[in-house]
Design a binder for this molecule. Structure first.
Ligand SMILES: Nc1ncnc2c1ncn2[C@@H]1O[C@H](COP(=O)(O)OP(=O)(O)OP(=O)(O)O)[C@@H](O)[C@H]1O
Length: 301
């Protein structure tokens, strides 16, 4: 990530209705320069519609969307490659249409790791290669912002891993990446920040680290009442919970030696001390289950 923090993408109460179906409901999100932003939500949540509005492909019913870069590359739907042309010729056709030199085609083929297969016909490509060629098309002209709609959808595990590595690599090279995904683990792994959308509503926007909330130490020690007293002294009364086989303390991993020393100093036997982090998955399910109990929304204006 680079260090400037002016938003590249900002939406304000962005809304899209189809008839009486609200596909996107007053979404206000920001994507910061240089980050990988994960737009996370189940199928039908409104991700594609939001991205399409951002790119000017769908007209919002209400609200605004602004993008503060000169050039945006996007992979929203299959980019309509010609099956009987090679990957390279497909990109060349696009490059000519968009006014880029052939050298740009070679650059992006290299970037998406298809240089060695550029002469092969598109129809012979694996799904992962097809998807990477689509990203290659989005990279032509070196856009500052790249928007990828479910870039790993339908790929096998190896294809997914390649795509994730490519996204991380793009961000390292200074490009801002906005991607949508319904895969929590994926977002957790590669994104700096995340916006969670469900039923058209943005439930939360935060860094992945913040969203997971702090980490905790799991302690198995006896006698447990004495261990509980020490744990509460170290982590605070609200920072300790009983679990089925021990205690969970809201403390970071590097507190483990201190906690161990304090327990032992109090004559307590420490059988196990481990560090656990809440996964994004746990948080996500808590949040989307909670959404059902959110107050009724005001009617759309
Ligand atoms: N052109 C359209 N006409 C009518 N309804 C639409 C249209 N496009 C999207 N919708 C509806 O809007 C809602 C959001 O769809 P959208 O495609 O944005 O979701 P998504 O989060 O991208 O899901 P997916 O990953 O399944 O594409 C869905 O209920 C969908 O049926």
């Amino acid at each position: 990530m680079n260090t400037t923090h002016s938003p590249v993408v900002a939406t304000e109460a962005l809304t899209k209705t189809y008839g009486d179906r609200v596909a996107v409901d007053r979404v206000s999100m920001t994507v910061q320069r240089g980050e990988v932003y994960g737009f996370l939500g189940p199928n039908g949540a409104g991700k594609t519609t939001t991205l399409r509005m951002l790119l000017g492909l769908v007209r919002p019913t209400a609200g605004t969307a602004s993008i503060d870069v000169d050039r945006v590359g996007a992979l929203i739907e299959g980019p309509g490659f010609h099956p009987y042309l090679s990957g390279r010729d497909n990109l060349r056709t696009m490059a000519r249409y968009r006014g880029f030199p052939d050298s740009e085609v070679d650059r992006v083929l290299e970037r998406v790791d298809l240089a060695g297969r550029g002469a092969d016909k598109y129809k012979g490509y694996s799904l992962g290669m097809k998807q990477r060629l689509g990203v290659g098309a989005a990279l032509m002209g070196d856009p500052a912002l790249i928007v990828l709609d479910e870039p790993t959808n339908g790929l096998d595990p190896a294809g997914m891993a390649d795509m994730r590595a490519l996204v991380v690599d793009l961000a390292r090279g200074g490009q801002t990446v906005l991607l949508s995904s319904h895969l929590l683990a994926e977002v957790q792994e590669i994104c700096d920040r995340v916006g969670v959308i469900d039923h058209g509503t943005l439930l939360l926007e935060s860094t992945v680290a913040e969203m997971r909330g702090g980490s905790s130490l799991h302690v198995r020690a006896t006698p447990e009442p004495a261990a509980l007293t020490v744990a509460m002294r170290l982590a605070g009364d609200d920072g300790v919970r009983r679990t089925h086989d021990g205690l969970s303390l809201d403390l970071p991993a590097d507190a483990a030696p201190h906690v161990t020393r304090e327990l032992v100093a109090a004559g307590i036997d420490v059988h196990e001390i481990t560090h656990t982090e809440r996964s994004l998955e746990e948080v996500f399910f808590e949040m989307t289950a909670g959404a059902a109990t959110l107050p009724e929304k005001e009617p759309l204006s």
